[in-house]
Design a binder for this molecule. Structure first.
Ligand code: ZN
Length: 155
């Protein structure tokens, strides 16, 4: 495929996620949550994750900001939902490699590949990375290590 056609395809994928975000909203019974912000661009996201053992049973994001930040959040949630926490961490690292070194992702990453062109624009890398950094923060947050049953018992 000629490079210009590929860029058009990637732009279409990105706009589709921006206009029809996947997994948008809040989760009522999240195991862990995190807020992320990219003040340079004004991007914000809030991430809720529901864990079932070491599997990400459900995930949702809410937020506002530029198309790259919001589309990336939509793609990230679509990718990690149903995967293990370990696979999510692998995804975080693979995404960072794509952003820093422009290393393409494998086919299993689906739409996320559409963000590869962002690596050429350092200011935009922060927009694209926000969702993944927030995911890392949510998974390592204190609440993730506390059993959800503690809250239920106290109610
Ligand atoms: Zn942005």
């Amino acid at each position: 495929m000629p490079a210009s056609d590929l860029e058009d395809l990637y732009r279409d994928i990105l706009l589709d996620h921006y206009r029809n975000p996947r997994n948008r909203g809040r989760l009522g019974a999240a195991s862990c949550s995190a807020d992320g912000a990219n003040p340079l661009c004004g991007d914000q996201i809030t991430l809720d994750v529901t864990l079932d053992g070491d599997r990400i049973a459900d995930i949702a994001f809410d937020g506002n900001g530029c198309s790259i930040s919001q589309a990336s959040a939509s793609m990230m949630t679509e990718y990690v939902k149903g995967r293990s926490v370990e696979e999510a961490h692998d995804g975080i690292q693979a995404f960072q490699r794509m952003m820093v070194e422009g290393e393409p992702l494998g086919e299993e990453y689906g739409d996320i590949e559409a963000l590869v062109g962002v690596a050429k624009f350092p200011v935009r890398v922060k927009c694209a990375s926000l969702a993944w950094k927030t995911l890392e923060q949510a998974l390592s947050s204190e609440s993730a290590r506390v059993p959800v049953t503690t809250d239920e018992r106290s109610q």
